[in-house]
Structures are given as structure tokens and as C-alpha cells.
Ligand binder design. Structure first.
Ligand code: 5GP
Length: 116
């Protein structure tokens, strides 16, 4: 059983976060350390530690993450210019919080997909 992270507390609103969207499956909130004018994290409400742990039964929540990403990009006014969706997995992927999350990043040109 994976251990809860700070993201579970955000989902339950036990600690503050700038929540843009929440329903029965997912929660979206602004990253505390934004790397671009729009930097939003979209997460499933139930704990999945890494992309390696995804199961077929998670597909509804994962699909909702995509539709919520598109909705928020529209609301942020970045849909037409474009943005990037990123999911980091484990050490080489640079994952720091072990509750899967999709980064929605945009609001400026982001350059090539990898910095190095
Ligand atoms: P990762 O490196 O795991 O893909 O990304 C984790 C992200 O979570 C980072 O961009 C980091 O700034 C963000 N983050 C970590 N702790 C908090 C928090 O308590 N609140 C919010 N809003 N974002 C957080």
C-alpha cells in the first residue's frame, strides 16, 4: 500500500491550495512553485504512487485528467497558443511527489521537450 503524500491533504482540503477544479475523480490546483505563467497539477483523488502502478480500473480518473486539462487550458487562455502536459515517473523522470500528477504548463514558449 503506497503512503499518502501532501497531495491527499490538498484533496481533502486539510491544507491550503489554489484549487481550480474538483469532482469525484480528480483535483486540479496551482503548483506551489510555478515554472511558467500557468502551472497546474491535475491529480486523481485516489492514490496511485507512480505511472507504473496504473491499472485498468484507474482509466476513468486518468481520462478525466485529460478532459480537465483541456478545460483548464481554455480557462487559462493558453489553449490556442499551446502548452505542455508532463507526467514524471520515478527517479530518472524527476518525480518528487509519489501521487501521480499531470503538470499543465504554459503561458510562454516552452522550448524543446527536454532541457538537457
Ligand atoms: P514532480 O517533480 O513530482 O513531477 O512534481 C511535484 C510538483 O509538486 C512540483 O512542481 C512542486 O512544486 C509541487 N508541489 C510540491 N508540494 C506542493 C504543495 O504542497 N502544494 C502545491 N500546490 N504544489 C506542491
Amino acid at each position: 500500500m503506497a503512503e499518502e503524500t501532501i497531495f491527499s491533504k490538498i484533496i481533502r482540503r486539510e491544507i491550503p491550495a489554489d484549487i481550480l477544479f474538483q469532482d469525484d475523480l480528480v483535483t486540479a490546483f496551482r503548483d506551489i512553485n510555478p515554472l511558467a505563467p500557468s502551472h497546474i497539477l491535475i491529480i486523481p483523488n485516489h492514490l496511485i504512487a507512480t505511472v507504473n502502478d496504473v491499472k485498468a480500473s484507474d482509466e476513468r480518473a486518468l481520462g478525466r485528467m485529460m478532459t480537465v486539462a483541456a478545460k483548464i487550458a481554455e480557462e487559462e487562455g493558453i489553449a490556442n497558443d499551446g502548452y505542455r502536459l508532463i507526467m514524471n515517473c520515478n527517479k530518472h523522470g524527476g518525480q518528487e511527489v509519489y501521487h501521480i500528477h499531470m503538470h499543465l504548463v504554459g503561458g510562454r514558449p516552452l522550448g524543446r521537450i527536454l532541457a538537457t
